[in-house]
Write a protein of this length. Structure first.
Length: 649
């Protein structure tokens, strides 16, 4: 960051200042260009009054690697009286002992070992001394406190770019540019220093060329610090998008020159040198390589001639993972959902790799088909729809992979309210499925279409056939269990609400025994509707809450929206008009943002229409529109919280 421009970082300044008040040695680490030096220098200026012995900054970026030379540089900065015959280290200690001082050792990367020796000697000899270090890797001293410096916050990054680029941002989206640059101050400064942009494309090109030339030099230092195995891992791990775990690194990156038993140590080495960052969550430890660091590694991967091989290994890993996930989904749904959410960027990259090569199209379709649960159950309907349609268009030759993709696409189309396309896709599936692989699924989803049209007789006939076939093959999910939703919806439409409750309870018990938590969301939603129609308000509210909580766990937006609508119907019947209108406004706005028509049951559509008419009649059109408008502005998560507080009796 330019010395005359400093944006944001107040949180970092406060945290490091607090750390220095308790710890004698703090090292600021982080990737090249993240702004460690700027942060240290700004902090040094703010702390001058707290150190009567002075704040002394020494730049070690071009320092010799021997201890005497480093000590001499520091002595010159402090202004130590270097009398003949007195070793420089002794003179330093004598000068520092009387008063509390802060030494800032900046840019220690090239001399990290020697700088560590110097810092250790001084800290042991001078009790009141504090040392602040900037380095891409730790010095390794006892009592060293690491502080990881990340990119700027998005708003601060945009402010920095706006200041540095002055008036040259017409037609450019600053947030997008900053995101591409990982919000790194140095990269933003280099981008802003480019030629005046006439268009977004011209500016983006300027960003790329300047970044590649200048950031490459910055990362070269980190590369020199790495061992041969670490350099190989840096290059090979650049193949990952987003984050990755140890299993993926071992499977993809362990090859010639790097054994599987060496992968963890090399990852830890890269982590120590700020090439990688570490993230820990519910699914364990994952590693992230910032985009600019990844580009540097990708350049080395090209030079090694391994890019094609690493892309294939990456594809193979995530294809195998998708197959494991499909099997594991049967009894560990939430665990696999949480894991696959973290792999979305890698999955997308693997799919795009397959789709870009004619000989790989079928593998891409296989990968997409394996992940049907993400596209149909977990709120990822739009990307799933695109991947399925693209793969089907690329590979028109009948195959088991294509037939599977067809019935999955029909299911996703139903979820997205495109019933015409779903019917067309199922017809295509029948025409190509000479071996009858998908007969049960075709009957299942045609039954779903029939019940959405209100054709109860046809729906029951088709679902009976599907259930028999699924039962004979032992296909519990996504086969047999979801058929309960069609049966129950048909019974509700026929007015057999009590019978629907019995069927739904049977389905819920089976879901519990099989570990099918997602189908339970849909069954709870229908149970709420049936109990409401029977006048059992308390039971209806409990079922709606259960459905909402489950849908939120899986990111199932469409189920959340339907549950909000059921909550609105229950609220209106309980004469909580304000809540009912708010929930209606929130759900309508969310459906509009999704840009798909609702795929709700005809009964719920009828109940919603009636509820809206009664609300307008009771509160007047103006008040109804005011409250629905308020609901539309609350956001989906807030509306869900309102619905979960619904307690009618």
């Amino acid at each position: 960051m330019r010395a005359d421009v400093f944006v944001g970082r107040q949180t970092e300044l406060d945290e490091v200042s607090a750390l220095l008040s308790k710890a004698r040695h703090v090292t600021l680490t982080g990737t090249a260009g993240v702004g460690k030096t700027c942060l240290a220098l700004r902090l040094a200026r703010t702390l001058e009054d707290e150190f009567p012995g002075g704040v002394h900054v020494v730049d070690l970026s071009d320092a010799p690697a021997d201890l005497t030379s480093l000590a001499g540089m520091l002595a010159d900065v402090i202004g130590v009286d270097r009398r003949p015959g007195v070793p420089v280290l002794e003179a330093l200690v004598n000068d520092l002992v009387p008063r509390r001082s802060l030494i800032v050792l900046d840019a220690c990367d090239r001399v990290v070992g020697t700088a560590g020796i110097l810092a250790g000697l001084l800290l042991r000899s001078v009790e009141e001394l504090r040392v602040l270090v900037t380095s891409r890797q730790r010095l390794g001293l006892p009592g060293e406190h690491l502080y990881q410096v990340g990119g700027l916050r998005p708003d601060d990054a945009v402010e920095l770019l706006t200041i540095l680029a002055d008036r040259r941002l017409d037609g450019v989206e600053p947030a997008e540019i900053c995101g591409r640059l990982d919000h790194l101050p140095l990269a933003i400064e280099l981008a802003a220093a480019g030629p005046d942009p006439a268009t977004t494309d011209v500016f983006a090109a300027a960003v790329d060329t300047r970044r590649h030339s200048s950031m490459r030099a910055a990362y070269g230092w980190s590369h020199e610090l790495c061992s041969p195995q670490e350099r190989l891992m840096w290059a090979r791990a650049s193949i990952f998008a987003g984050t990755f775990d140890l299993e993926a690194a071992e499977d993809v990156c362990a090859a010639d020159g790097l054994g599987a038993d060496e992968v963890l140590d090399t990852l830890l080495g890269l982590l120590d040198k700020s090439v990688l960052t570490r993230e820990e969550g519910e699914c364990g430890v994952r590693y992230r390589m910032p985009g600019t660091v990844r580009e540097f590694g990708a350049g080395w991967l090209d030079l090694l001639g391994e890019t094609g091989e690493m892309r294939r290994r990456h594809r193979d890993h995530f294809l195998a993972l998708s197959a494991r996930a499909e099997t594991g989904w049967q009894c560990q749904q939430l665990e696999w959902y949480r894991r696959l959410v973290l792999e979305c960027a890698n999955v997308r990259q693997a799919i795009e790799y397959c789709y870009s090569r004619p000989e790989e199209h079928r593998k891409g379709l296989d990968l997409v088909g394996n992940l049907w649960f993400l596209w149909a159950c977990c709120g990822m309907h739009a990307p799933g729809d695109n991947f399925l349609q693209q793969g089907l268009d690329l590979d028109p030759t009948p195959s088991p992979e294509r037939i599977k993709a067809l019935w999955v696409h029909a299911w996703v189309s139903i979820q997205r309210g495109d019933l015409v396309r779903a019917e067309r896709t199922l017809a295509e599936c029948v025409a190509e499925d000479s071996q009858g692989y998908a007969t049960a699924y075709v009957s299942q989803f045609r039954a779903h279409l029939a019940v959405l049209r209100g054709d109860v007789g046809e729906a029951l006939r088709l679902i009976k056939n599907a259930r028999a076939r699924h039962r004979s093959t032992g296909n519990v999910f996504p086969g047999f269990l979801p058929t309960y939703t069609v049966v129950a919806t048909a019974m509700i439409l026929a007015g057999n609400h009590g019978q629907a409750v019995s069927v739904l309870q049977e389905g819920r018990d089976l879901c519990d025994s099989c570990g099918d938590r997602w189908t339970l969301i849909r069954l709870d939603l229908l149970l709420a509707l049936a109990e409401h129609l029977l006048g059992n308000t308390a039971e209806a509210v409990v079922a709606t809450h259960d459905s909402l909580r489950g849908a939120r766990l899986f990111g199932d937006t469409f189920s959340m929206l339907e549950a909000l609508e059921v909550s609105a119907v229950i609220a209106e019947a309980g004469v909580d008009d304000a809540l009912a209108a708010l929930l209606l406004g929130a759900s309508y706005a969310a459906w509009t943002r999704a840009e798909v028509p609702p795929s709700r049951s005809p009964m719920l559509t009828s109940l919603l229409r009636t509820a809206k008419l009664r609300l307008r009649g009771r509160m007047g059109r103006a008040e109804f529109e005011r409250l629905t408008g308020l609901g539309a502005s609350t956001g989906l998560e807030t509306a869900v919280e309102h619905a979960l507080r619904e307690t009618f009796s």
